[in-house]
Ligand binder design. Structure first.
Ligand code: IPE
Ligand code: IPE
Ligand code: MG
Length: 242
């Protein structure tokens, strides 16, 4: 039987914020002799299923990396296919997720998106503004370096000296808990400009599975593995036990 509800011990070890680098859509499709766009469609479906599962399990904050600033250099047809997916499905899918009491935040630079796509995501964000307690971040036209430069420039314009806390507040994720666990699918072991500041002390979990085939059970395995890790935050084992 599928086990959805974690027991007490597992609950205390549950990450508060899980971020997912959803990589491998293109290779997944290629292996099936299908166009990359088919992989992105399947990836989007899987993303929704995985998000529902994550909130069911009791993770309050989830971030998904959907499109990086670097991805904007991809061929025009692939990008148009991705934007069309957003045009057709984003509003409906986000409604489905946010009705669970989840507030949507889009991380990234909307000016890099086609205007109508920017409006669709902004509207979905506004429509979820009533919700508190749970959060979904969709990183779209997102780059961590650009996010840090933007934050630094805001501080400069205000004549403000930065602290670790005030810099954190100026990021797109301001006010949210830092990710405890970053999952990357698709076999690559790299960070690809994702949450460089926020994930300074995150645990990383790499899966060889391509994102469209990364199942709820695979997610549970990542959560279980997180529960077995010992986070020391620079201290010794003995200090942690005290
Ligand atoms: C991740 O899958 C989704 C996006 C970057 C939009 P890829 O499109 O990078 O898939 P692969 O890595 O080529 O298989
Ligand atoms: C990272 O995947 C970005 C997203 C999943 C949206 P990429 O496929 O773009 O990563 P690199 O370029 O191979 O590092
Ligand atoms: Mg990739």
């Amino acid at each position: 039987m599928k086990k959805n509800k974690p027991d007490g011990a597992e609950l205390s070890r549950l990450p508060r914020h899980v971020a997912v680098i959803m990589d491998g859509n293109g290779r997944w499709a290629k292996k099936r002799l299908m166009p990359r766009s088919f992989g992105h469609r399947q990836g989007m479906n899987r993303m929704i299923g995985l998000l529902e599962h994550a909130y069911d399990v009791g993770i309050p904050y989830v971030t998904v990396y959907a499109l990086s600033t670097e991805n904007l250099q991809r061929p025009k047809e692939e990008l148009e296919g991705l934007f069309d997916l957003i045009r057709r499905h984003f509003a409906e899918y986000m409604k489905r997720i946010c009705e669970r009491g989840v507030r949507l935040r889009v991380l990234g630079d909307p000016s890099l998106l086609p205007a109508d796509v920017g409006e669709i995501v902004a509207r979905a964000e506004r429509d979820s503004a009533q919700y508190t307690g749970k959060g979904l971040n969709v990183a779209l036209a997102y780059g961590s370096r650009a996010e840090l430069v933007r934050a630094a420039n805001i501080a400069v314009a205000r004549g403000q000296m930065l602290t670790e806390e005030s810099l954190s507040d100026l990021l797109y994720t301001g006010g949210q808990p830092d990710p405890d666990l970053v999952i990357r699918t698709g076999k690559e072991k790299r960070v690809s400009n994702f949450l460089l500041y926020q994930a300074a002390y995150a645990e990383y979990y790499f899966s060889d599975k391509m994102f469209p085939e990364f199942s709820d059970e695979d997610f549970d395995e990542a959560i279980a593995e997180y529960g077995r890790r010992r986070r020391r935050f620079g201290k010794t084992d003995e200090q942690i036990s005290d």
